[in-house]
Ligand binder design. Structure first.
Ligand SMILES: Nc1ncnc2c1ncn2[C@@H]1O[C@H](COP(=O)(O)OP(=O)(O)OP(=O)(O)O)[C@@H](O)[C@H]1O
Length: 351
């Protein structure tokens, strides 16, 4: 599937050194750790990585939808305005109409006592005061149509819909507000392949009509390849690679991206937990590059110094000593560039 319109250059969202952490008894869980990226108007950015790498936290952190005990810092601009300096009330107002989220578990969010028409009119009236009845109906039916739900179901109750349809209803309720930025967190988990294809079409529809920017969090790399303009790969709280989706899939530059792609392709599955080992505990991630204990290309420097994101000639932005050194963008001495001797390292650590 190809996109018919290209995203404009205006950044809608800009994150600089954004951090999100959860306070726990074991210490702070650094779920998002100095993440920087921007999203242009109408752009669809896929966010991938194994479970526990911080994808949902980043998505929720961008919208300010974090649980009590979580904190954010850094810079987060939406249409040029720094969100982190706004009061919770101002953020809430913005969230209502300009920012939207499509959740993993939609069923809990529909009121069983309210007809679908009432859900739409409540959503629209809260955010667009003074909107006429005719306009509510027109916009609601249009959102239902886009999601493939017949207008005859407009006055039905949530329990009269199948699970997949309820999920689509939730998406319609987000889209009816025509938000500028939407986070979709695993929107297709519960859906069959046909619906998945439909959702991809809808995402493009949304972008083409309203210039909506979208962060699509998913384990399904096929969807990212098909539906996204760019992809960000997250590992242990950091974006380790970001770039044009086709370029990243064709020429992955970070060893983690390569492993992620390989594990998916070789197993023909959407599960991504097949790279040897597991992502680290984010209360005490390994020093240096967080991926170094599992990295096939690790060098001595990787265990001690965290690599900064760097733009590679193909356009990918990658945080990896090995990739940067292969492109001649950093100079490492013989000791730093020696292959990482894992056993020796642990002996040396104990000494
Ligand atoms: N409310 C919370 N309190 C403390 N730690 C949390 C909380 N929510 C998430 N975490 C931790 O933050 C880290 C990142 O979790 P997050 O859910 O953002 O990852 P993810 O990549 O979205 O995973 P998945 O793909 O399974 O949804 C994990 O270590 C997780 O245990």
């Amino acid at each position: 599937m190809t996109s018919v319109s290209s995203p404009s250059d205006d950044p809608v969202l800009e994150a600089e050194d954004l951090r999100v952490w959860y306070g726990t008894e074991r210490g702070p869980v650094r779920a998002v750790d100095e993440v920087s990226f921007s999203l242009r108007r109408g752009e669809i950015l896929g966010l991938v990585g194994e479970s526990g790498c911080g994808k949902s936290t980043l998505g929720r952190g961008l919208l300010g939808l974090l649980p009590d005990g979580a904190a954010r810092d850094g810079v987060l601009r939406f249409k040029g305005q720094d969100m982190l300096t706004l009061s919770p009330r101002e953020q809430g107002r913005l969230r209502g109409c300009e920012l939207g989220m499509i959740f993993q578990e939609p069923l809990t969010r529909l009121n069983p006592l309210m007809r679908i028409s009432e859900h739409f009119s409540e959503t629209l009236r809260v955010h667009e005061k003074g909107i006429s009845k005719d306009e509510v109906q027109r916009r609601s039916l249009e959102a239902l149509r886009v999601m493939g739900i017949p207008p005859t179901r407009f006055r039905a109750y949530p329990h009269e819909f199948s699970g997949g349809m309820r999920q689509r209803l939730m998406i319609a309720l987000t889209l009816v507000l025509q938000p500028a930025f939407v986070v979709a967190d695993e929107p297709t988990t519960a859906l069959d392949v046909l619906v998945e294809a439909q959702i991809i079409r809808i995402l493009h529809d949304l972008r083409d009509r309203f210039d909506t920017s979208l962060l699509l969090i998913t384990h399904n790399l096929g969807i990212v390849a098909e539906a996204c303009d760019r992809v960000a790969v997250m590992y242990a709280g950091k974006i380790v690679e970001i770039g044009d989706a086709r370029e990243v899939f064709r020429h992955p530059q970070h060893p983690y991206t390569r492993e992620l792609l390989r594990s998916t392709i070789s197993l023909s599955t959407t599960g991504l937990n097949y790279i040897e080992g597991a992502p680290p505990d984010l209360t005490s991630p390994p020093p240096g590059c967080h991926f170094h204990p599992r990295c096939p290309d690790a060098m001595a420097v990787c265990a001690t110094r965290s690599p900064e994101p760097i733009d590679l000639p193909g356009g990918n932005r990658v945080a990896c000593w090995s990739a940067a050194s292969a492109h001649g963008l950093v100079t490492l001495d013989a000791e730093e560039s020696a292959p990482l001797e894992r056993e020796e390292l642990s002996v040396a650590d104990e000494a």
